[in-house]
Design a protein around this ligand. Sequence first.
Ligand SMILES: Cc1ncc(COP(=O)(O)O)c(C=O)c1O
Length: 431
Amino acid sequence: MSLDSFSTALLEGKSPNFPPEANSLEFAKSLDAQDDLRHMREKFNIPTKGSLRRKTLKPAPTDTTSPDDDEPSIYFVGNSLGAQPKAVRIHLEAHLDTWASLGVNGHFTSFADSPLASWQDMADDCATQYVPLVGAASKTEIAVMNTLTTNLHLMLTSFYRPTAERHKIIIEWKPFPTDRVRTRSPPPTPSLPTNRGPNGQHYLSTASILATLTANATSTALVLLPGIQYYTGQLLDIPTITAHARSLGIPYVGWDLAHAVGNVPLSLHDWDVDFAVWCSYKYLNAGPGAMAGCFVHERHHRWDKERLEGWYGAALGVFEVVEGGVGALRRKGVVMTGWLVWLLDGLVEGRGGGKVFEIITPRDPRERGQQLSLLFREGVLEGVAERLVARGVVFDVRKPDVMRVAPAPMYCTFEDVWRFVQILGGALEGV
Ligand SMILES: Cc1ncc(COP(=O)(O)O)c(C=O)c1O
């Protein structure tokens, strides 16, 4: 019953065979006790039940208090906005102090006791930290700048080179809204590599994607797909799809890694990806508005065609202290979601008979990251969500019927998983 053996089984796509006693708080505690990453949680500010209820920045004397004010929430929105690393405040203060004390000289010097590089080295420093996170060959394949959407526009400006014969951009049927980037004429002709799942969700089978690429091989100028699909949480087979496109002579393959970076191991260089873009506020915990990143394979660095360039960066220090990096997070994370699926399976049937919700994320742990998407029976989610919020659970909803939960292994515990399932079970009473 070791965390390690569950992890190994799940990563091999085998059943972890959770024993009957896995349905207990003791089991959660035994997994937490085996977790080598458990010290990471202390490095984060997890919103408390009290702070989530507060209406002012600092507690006001007129606030009513509750006995559970100091209890941490169950923060399951790594897919949306990661929790705040405590180091961020220290880094921001160092940044402001440097600016106040050195002014423009902060570009070239950094204080001996500062956690920050001088500003002119910051982009490089940050790109270096990204190398293992995205599997780049070196920092020169990475630029830290802008937002994901802006970077995507920049990438398409460089990589989308339509000709009369090759002009299609293959994207998923229902991409994240801002991924539907408008390009110069002639307009792209998106193809639709999706299978409809049993409840109308958009499930992208690798076979159907490969078939779409093959069918459009001579007319496609560019493929743009999500590493992890934002709605279902499905992890796509990036190396297989990229290699297939390459073998067909499709010129460029790019990936939106908003939900994949910091969540699953990536080897963009070895997978021969042309370009990728990502944001840093989800599983990388860099904060709202933090700079995004992009990857351009080194084979494109000697480029004689028109392209756009940029610079600058922010810090990713917490990943440096995770021994084993994203691989270690993945080993823990796959058990968190594997066990969560196992526990949720026990809640699927409502009191009145019939399914109350369905997990629309792939069942095979190798085809998902930390996010599970729960599609509720029509009309159920709103009331359930209200009850969860009242009990201090933080998650997100894609209206009308999908709840997304993502326990980030960096700072969530198995006990959080257990408590979440108990609270959800209570919220479903009578449904
Ligand atoms: C899959 C995906 N792509 C793109 C974006 C947009 O990113 P931004 O608004 O930071 O540019 C998001 C944001 O959540 C996303 O989930």
